[in-house]
Design a protein around this ligand. Sequence first.
Ligand code: ATP
Ligand code: MG
Length: 434
Amino acid sequence: MATLQAVTGMNDLLPGDGQGARWQRLETTFRESCRRYGFAEVRTPLCEYVELFQRGVGETTDIVEKEMYTFEDRGGRRLALRPEGTASAVRAALEHSVLAREPVTRWFYVGPMYRAERPAKGRYREFFQVGVEVYGDGSPAVDAEVIDLAASFFRDLGLTQFKVRLNSIGGPETRARYRDALVAHFAPHRDSLSPESQARLERNPLRILDSKDPRDHGPREGAPSILDALTDDDRAHFERVQAFLTALGVPFVVDPTLVRGLDYYTRTVFEVVDTSGALGAQDTLCGGGRYDQLFTELGSAAPVPAFGFGAGIERLLLSAPAVDAAKPFRVAVVAAAKADESATLAGVLCLARELRAAGIETLVDTRFASMKSQMRRANDLAATVVLVLGGNEIASGMVSMKIMATGEQRSVARAALRDELAQVQRAATTTGAP
Ligand code: ATP
Ligand code: MG
């Protein structure tokens, strides 16, 4: 029988190599950043009706055209595993009339996303994103504040080598003007464009600027800049975003070719790219922007301005420096008894539970082989302290304590055990014992 394997492009995270701790630290740091900026968590289902992403992400995007995991459920409904978080969050906000209860909504999310892409370093078919969303505020201060949140989150993760790329792709009027200018620019180069870009020339020429196909790089040179097509209002908005970012001390570079892969963006778009080289071609850590038309696109009667970003956890971890996790304080309780001496073994289990209830990581080798083998297991699991409990200790209310780093061994009264352990723990952290 063939060995069973995980789906291509989807990863297991096993405990033991420190990765779990790094994931947890990242999530904790993100949640803490969100708390400071006044965001609350939203959780939405892993799958939605396909139509949500077709309308919300856009028919001509890479995601909808070729990356979605779609399937029919048993009732013949067309579903998709979510490829990103924004469409679902907006759907939830609309479905629950959230904006009828509060003028401005600040949400964050953490969870897996699914895209059928060619796997590479930093590019997977199941990957995880953290993201934030602001609904109901169209002011440029929101754009700056959310970009500031992203940058400060990255700094808190220990990232130093990253760059914020910023652009404005304007509103509908700007886009219509720019579209004409782009079509005029690309039309003479039509035959040298990639087949994909040729198809997009009429439908969505902006996306040609976003193409990763080398055939499109030449024709792109000398293309008109969208910044020249901005309406006065769009320009004023963009200038104020930049002024706020400067006041906040967030460094950024304006890149007029940045258009982002999703159709729903308006005005401000931004990306944070890794500049350390740790990520190779997949160097975009985070992408986001303003999407003032998404609510109406998804059926809202009134327009609702919105701004947000999504960042890939795997890429952030590839970019973040490894930090030495503090060595945990860990106690092992060993039975000085044979495997059939139930009373003593129960005493061991009870002592372990008592310590666990006090918040101490406590291990018991419940196979209860020889004392020697229990000691060896405690040593292999890097116990800081081993407690030995036999019939005599139980009868006398004592426990034998061995400090593994020094080999020191002494008898301790059960009543004093917690204080003794606290002392050992303090000593272990202050001397920085390896
Ligand atoms: P890319 O240009 O790398 O394909 P994208 O524009 O498709 O990225 P977004 O849809 O903006 O990416 O998603 C936001 C972030 O999610 C990305 O910046 C990246 O960190 C992460 N991300 C996107 N796709 C993947 C993937 N297949 N595997 C891992 N992370 C991903
Ligand atoms: Mg992509």
